[in-house]
Structures are given as structure tokens and as C-alpha cells.
Design a protein around this ligand. Structure first.
Ligand code: PEP
Ligand code: MG
Length: 288
């Protein structure tokens, strides 16, 4: 999963200070007792613009000035967040995840800011963790195509299944009228997921899936079969997904995923997965 930091900002008149962020990240990180906590840098913009940033009027905010673009254009904001995460790294296994990446240069620029922040912290004598892992969210078609290059520039990849579905299918994820078209089991999304898993493997970098997708058991079965071993799930779906992961044979998931990735319609994708999973699970349990 990921820790969405925009919630520190929304509804406030000022951006949170570095100290406030550092103590929050340390509090969350230490509660996880040695387990990793993936902190996503501000994914502001789109529908989440806090007052202090004074958002520009935009015709298409979801195609506009958002997420990492905002952070790189406003380094005075980004540096404070990076310093807070570096400081928390001295106390807990926190990691940094970059949202809405579309260019390799964005990762390089972020790494330069991290190095700059590290130099300043060293000079000040402030304790920090110099070995901060940096991950890239694959949630745009550009990032899917460049996934291997992005994996080589970073320490891990994490597919953002919500935005990847939205941007691939050109379906606004918040538009109720298009809800039936918003489907992570669309064959185009399935093939993208396959290609990202392969890119991560080729680059030798861990590749996980976040967003809502893996909360659906059939989709979790697909992701396992495609090679993903770290899935994030909504708390309410966790027991069912965990039960499913423990129950199914990996070879069955792999066979079903191979078929699903050759399908040309969502119906065929679902059929391939349902055939594979039926041996382990009563489909009625899954609403199928
Ligand atoms: C995603 O896009 O899948 C994701 C995890 O991020 P968010 O839902 O916050 O855009
Ligand atoms: Mg997203």
C-alpha cells in the first residue's frame, strides 16, 4: 500500500512544516515495527488542490499540473517533504514513492533533490537515513512503455491501478456515468500489467500493485498469475484476498493469466480467470 501525504494538506490554509511531517512519518513508521511504510510524495492537483498552493484554473485538471509535476516546479515545497522523509528514515523503514511519473528525467531530478537535501542535513548535523529507496508509480501509459527504464532509475515500481485504468481507457474514475467502463480487467489494462511485471523482472526490481484493483479477488488472482507478489487491498477486502492467495495454486493462476493476457474482450478476460479460479473457490462467493 501507500501512505497518501496529500491528506496532511487538504483543508488547511498552510502547507505542513518539515518538522510536522517528520514527526508524523516517524510515528507511522515506528508503529509498523520494522515493516516498510511507503510514503507517496504529494499527489496534489486533479481533484485535490489545497488552498495554499493557489491552483491555476485548468480545463483538464487530471491532465494538468498535478502530483510530481507540482513538486518539481515548486522545489521549496518538495525539499521540505524529502527532508522529512530522510529524517524519518533514520528511525523507521520508510520509503519514497513518486506519483504520476511520465519521464525518466523526473526521477533523476528527484534524486538530485534528495542528494541536495542529504548534503544540507549532513552539514547541519541532523540525523537522517542516507539509503532511502525511491520507487516509481506506474500509472500512466507513458510509464508502462518506459517501465524498464524507470525501474533501472529507481529501487522499485508500484502500479497505480486506479489511474492506470483511467488514463488507459480514457475514463474519468470519478464519473458515475462511465462507471461500467472503468474496468481494470479490460484487455488493454491486463496487457499493460503483464508488460510492467516483465519489465520489473528484467530490471530485477520489486514490482507491486496498489490502487483498488487487488481488492477484487478475480483481479488478485490475475495479478498473482502475472507475477506480482505484493498487492495492496482495501482493509474490508483483505480477509477475502488473503484467504484466496493462500488457497490457489500459483500454476493455475499463471495459466489463467496467460490466457487472460491473450483475450481481446473483458468478457474473455473474466472467463479465463473464472475457469482458472473455479477449482479453488465457489464463484458465487465472488459474486460471479
Ligand atoms: C492509483 O492511482 O492507483 C493510486 C494508488 O493512487 P490514487 O488512487 O491516490 O490516485
Ligand atoms: Mg494515482
Amino acid at each position: 500500500g501507500l501512505l497518501r501525504t496529500e491528506f496532511l494538506v487538504l483543508g488547511r490554509s498552510q502547507m505542513p512544516s518539515e518538522d510536522e511531517q517528520a514527526s508524523y512519518f516517524i510515528r507511522v513508521g515506528t508503529r509498523f515495527k520494522g515493516r516498510p511504510v511507503v510514503i507517496r510524495s504529494y499527489d496534489l492537483g486533479g481533484d485535490k488542490f489545497p488552498a495554499p498552493l493557489r491552483p491555476p484554473p485548468e480545463a483538464n485538471p487530471f491532465l494538468g499540473w498535478r502530483a510530481l509535476r507540482v513538486c518539481l516546479d515548486r522545489p521549496e515545497i518538495f525539499i521540505g517533504q524529502i527532508r522529512a522523509i530522510l529524517r524519518a528514515r533514520a528511525a523507521a523503514d520508510v520509503r519514497l514513492l513518486l506519483p504520476l511519473v511520465t519521464q525518466v528525467e523526473e526521477v533523476r531530478s528527484t534524486r538530485e533533490l534528495i542528494a541536495e537535501a542529504g548534503r544540507a542535513l549532513t552539514q547541519e548535523g541532523t540525523p537522517f537515513g542516507a539509503d532511502l529507496p525511491v520507487g516509481v508509480m506506474v500509472e500512466t501509459p507513458a510509464a508502462v512503455v518506459l517501465a524498464e527504464a524507470l525501474a533501472r532509475e529507481s529501487d522499485f515500481l508500484s502500479v497505480g491501478s486506479n489511474d492506470l485504468t483511467q488514463y488507459t481507457l480514457v475514463v474519468d474514475r470519478g464519473n458515475a456515468r462511465l462507471a461500467s467502463r472503468f474496468n481494470a480487467l479490460h484487455p488493454a489494462v491486463v496487457r499493460m500489467l503483464q508488460s510492467v511485471a516483465e519489465a520489473g523482472r528484467r530490471a530485477g526490481k520489486p514490482t507491486s500493485v496498489c490502487g483498488e484493483m487487488a481488492s477484487e479477488p478475480l483481479a488478485a488472482f490475475l495479478l498473482l498469475g502475472l507475477g506480482y507478489r505484493v498487492l495492496s487491498s482495501a482493509p474490508t477486502s483483505l480477509p477475502l484476498v488473503r484467504w484466496l492467495v493462500r488457497r490457489v495454486e500459483l500454476s493455475a493462476a499463471q495459466a489463467a493469466a496467460t490466457q487472460a493476457a491473450c483475450a481481446t474482450t473483458e468478457r474473455e478476460v473474466r472467463q479465463a480467470l473464472e475457469r482458472g479460479i473455479a477449482e479453488y473457490v465457489d464463484l458465487r462467493l465472488l459474486g460471479g
